[in-house]
Design a protein around this ligand. Sequence first.
Ligand code: UT7
Length: 325
Amino acid sequence: MGARITGTGSCLPQRRVSNADLATVVDTSDAWIVKRTGIRTRFLLSEGETPSDLGVVACQRALETAGRRPADVDLLLVATTFPDMICPGTSPFVAQGLGMRGAPFFDITAGCTGFVYALAVAEAYIQAELGERVLVLGFEALSRVTDWSDRRTCVLFGDGAGATLLERGGDGQGILGISLRGDPDKALLLHMPAGGTRRPASHDTVEGREHFLRMEGSGVFRSAVPLMREAMDNALLAAHLEREAVDWIIPHQANVRIIDAFADRLTLPRERVIVNVDRVANTSAASIPIALDEAVRDGRIRAGHVVVLTAFGAGVTYGAAVIRM
Ligand code: UT7
């Protein structure tokens, strides 16, 4: 008995920010951003908005499509790199917003791979018969930890949330194979230097702008393609499927150049690779569930389709899941 996806939902902030808008904030241009990243717009939280509210709406939409209520959820998992608060995370606020009472919730921090890691935990929870239904949310409010004076990073990210409901049942449907991997030697490729227990917040850390995301862009770029491909091949092996059986691939939406380089090395037609990074930018742990929900809602992904989700991110973590919808 597997764990199948019975509902998807997503939510983006209202505020749409173009590359031209960003060119008024840092020394950049629409031409540079489009050529190097393929990103044209992103959706960002406005001042005063509560990040986890996006997650609540994404979860409500996923529950609605599955015909379920918050009270039906046996576990809420929130994959997020930057929670509402370091303690207690984001999941309690999402559970509260949904009106859940008593069911467990926790955050999973695995960078942009967080959603795939969370799917693996959700499936194991269901297989272990600890619960029947697990709500998995990928959620990020990166605009709140972006250094808006650093043109190398601030053009890349967006905010958003995507959710899926996993339910016990459906032989041959759901998660067919999963592969999770990590390379801790690359831990500092993407990191926030201060604010954790290793380097607590102080006047110095604030003055040093150490509470913002830092990234070694070219190192991330070089690692991304081979890692996503390795993860995908391992997950297909676990699912006993060949690449030819795949209807759709949803890679982590980091940037179009990475997705193109990844797709070029596949034998699958480029049209089978789902891309929305041009419109929503890199939303980290939310990128895959948002793209999945959009493709389900516009009718590209349909019941019975085999979908590969593959991601890499801070840690470095990487992983992939093969799903039959
Ligand atoms: O979830 C994972 C998240 N991370 C990623 O997806 C990032 C992966 N990395 C990348 O996509 C690329 O490394 C970037 C898009 C971040 C950068 O592209 P690049 O081709 O590696 O550029 P670069 O860092 O080598 O910089 C080239 C030039 C530099 O100028 P100089 O030193 O040659 O004069 C940068 O200062 O481009 C400059 N530059 C910019 N210029 C205009 C960097 N950012 C910008 C910008 N606008 N936004």
